[in-house]
Design a protein around this ligand. Structure first.
Ligand code: NAD
Length: 547
């Protein structure tokens, strides 16, 4: 950025209070003269690396993860470039702080820790005025929104307007993991009330003081919001996040062909778990079409994964009806079988003829699956007997305990490896430390959605795709699975290291963008080199020069 392009507005103390332009003690002598910063900063000039050292020292001496979260949020509000530099250079350490599990704790405490405004709030009171409201957003170039209504935050339930931490955290991951520009990101909370008694009785709660609206007024608000978003920010990508089960599925169906939207809990989870299963095939030497999967939990995540698996089998020429027979579900009411009452339309295709079973171990023994995937939010449900049974009829049993946070995982990494004599191919939703059994060290894979959504979003944004298709998620799953190295697989790891996330996301984005160009889903002309076009867009946390 040249000196001449700096408006007077951003000289002096104002630039120090602007998180996008603030460089703290890193302003050079010439910049300090030009920007009239003399006297406003201590004289020593620090490099970004020195500033990073200070931040790391501060973070690491905080007593709790919530304190670390607060420190990082404050840094983001003060110096965005340095925030992203630190997060990107230490992604494995920082991701669990800015996202799950710490962000969950932050949302639970949101009314007490609230300090500075971030994100965009639309409430029931704003009906009829959402377009007008959106004009208040300071960045006219918004290209992605992550929106929630706070009804089902992680595994924590209804947190109402305090769920805002989720869109904020997810968008920070978009920037860190795939280089979406911070000013292109718009976190959104649709506040339609809450049924959380504790929040309703808390005078510090930030949201509407009323029970959750579930009727027509709610649907009208969502409709108005989608229309306004597309008018004010044409073609904006909208990610639905942490909506209750019923709304998540129906909004996805309702809007997927009308707007550029997707649901990460359903489609992102589907793709990341599918990638894990494809990579597991590389470990076991078996084939997708030979798998029989038993899901524990038939919600957004479980059904999303099964639908992705069915789509992957369709690519191999297997009809959906046949492919679904390879997926079995066990939910809070037991095995999902034909004739069981009260089934949602998403579950119905997966209800197969079988006698009803209410004990999970019994279901495992009866069906003899090659894989069990835990998405129930119920800890310790993959018991020793369950894992031993899986190891009895599978040489390499696939055991994914995907429920978050760590405390809710269906089993620990250590249990999966030790109870299967080291033969399990294991992945979890939250991170587990490596496990040593005898002379062998196993590195558990983390089926983190952050492997998928940043790359998909980047591909859609750079190609300016009009819609997000299932085919894009399938391509993302294959791309991710292909990027697991042989040495990862040798250590039992079925996802690449998070330290490579930017490269992983760029290659996913290339494959997603290719679909947009090939399928005519964009008006943008296909560039000669799609990957170079993607790299050119990607944000880097580097200070601009002002003098
Ligand atoms: P959801 O509320 O939509 O579904 C939960 C499902 O679990 C329901 O079908 C319910 O019937 C079932 N269930 C509840 N108690 C049960 C029990 N005792 N036995 C069997 N089934 C039971 O939630 P969701 O969005 O599908 O998420 C489920 C879990 O998956 C959460 O813990 C979430 O953190 C995790 N998840 C992980 C990832 C990931 O690892 N990448 C992604 C998304 C979700």
């Amino acid at each position: 950025m040249s000196m001449r392009s700096q408006p007077e507005l951003y000289r002096g103390v104002k630039i120090l209070h602007d998180p996008v332009r603030n460089k703290g003690t890193a302003y050079t002598d010439a910049e300090r003269d030009f920007l009239k910063l003399r006297g406003l900063l201590p004289p020593r000039i620090h490099t970004p690396a020195e500033q990073e050292l200070r931040v790391l020292g501060n973070i690491r001496e905080k007593p709790t993860d919530l304190e670390r979260y607060l420190y990082l949020v404050a840094l983001q509000d003060r110096n965005e470039t340095l925030f992203y530099q630190v997060v990107m250079n230490h992604i494995e350490e920082m991701m669990p702080i800015i996202y799950t599990p710490t962000v969950g704790k932050a949302c639970q405490e949101f009314q007490h820790i609230y300090r500075t405004p971030r994100g965009f709030y639309v409430s029931l009171q704003d009906r009829g005025k959402i377009r007008e409201l959106m004009q208040n957003w300071p960045h006219k170039e918004a290209r992605i929104m992550v929106v929630t209504d706070g009804e089902r935050i992680l595994g924590l339930g209804d947190l109402g307007a305090d769920g805002m931490g989720i869109p904020i955290g997810k968008l920070a991951l978009y920037t860190a993991c795939s280089g979406i520009h911070p000013t292109h990101c718009m976190p959104v909370m649709l506040d339609v009330g809450t049924d959380n008694e504790k929040l309703l009785n808390d005078p510090l709660y930030n949201g509407l003081e009323r029970r959750r609206e579930r009727g027509e007024r709610y649907d009208e608000l969502v409709e108005e919001f989608i229309e306004a978003a597309n008018e004010v920010f044409p073609g904006i990508l909208i990610q639905f996040e942490d909506f209750g089960n019923r709304n998540a599925f129906r909004f996805l169906e309702q809007y997927r062909n009308r707007a550029c939207i997707f649901n990460d809990d359903i489609q992102g989870t589907g793709a990341v778990a599918l990638a894990g299963i494809i990579a597991a095939m590389r470990v076991s030497g078996s084939r997708l079409e030979e798998q029989k999967i038993l899901f524990l939990g038939a919600g957004e995540a479980g059904i999303g994964i099964a639908d992705s698996f069915v789509a992957a089998l369709a690519e191999l020429g297997i009809a959906a009806e046949e492919a679904r027979k390879q997926c079995w579900f066990f939910d809070s009411k037991g095995l999902l079988v034909q004739g069981r009452g009260n089934m949602t339309s998403q579950k119905l295709p997966y209800a197969h003829p079988h006698h009803h079973i209410v004990d999970f171990l019994e279901a495992v023994k009866a069906l003899k699956p090659t894989a069990i995937l835990g998405l129930s939010g119920q800890p310790s449900t993959f018991t020793k007997d369950v894992v031993e049974a899986m190891a009895e009829f599978n040489d390499r049993p696939i055991i994914f305990a995907l429920s978050n946070p760590t405390s809710q995982a269906e089993c620990t990494a250590e249990h999966a490896y030790s109870w299967s004599e080291g033969r399990a191919i294991f992945a979890s939703g939250s991170p587990f430390d490596p496990v040593k059994i005898g002379n062998q060290t196993f590195v558990p894979g983390q089926g983190n959605n952050a492997y998928i959504f940043p790359g998909v979003g980047l591909g859609v944004i750079v190609s300016r795709a009009r819609t997000v298709t299932n085919e894009m998620f399938l391509a993302a799953a294959h791309s991710l699975a292909n990027q697991v190295s042989e040495s990862d697989l040798e250590r039992g790891r079925i996802y690449p290291s998070l330290t490579r996330i930017r490269q992983v996301s760029a290659l996913i984005a290339r494959d997603v963008a290719k679909i947009a160009y090939d399928e005519g889903l964009t008006d943008k002309e296909e560039p000669d080199d799609i990957l170079a076009d993607i790299h050119e867009y990607m944000y880097q946390p580097i200070y601009p020069h002002y003098a």
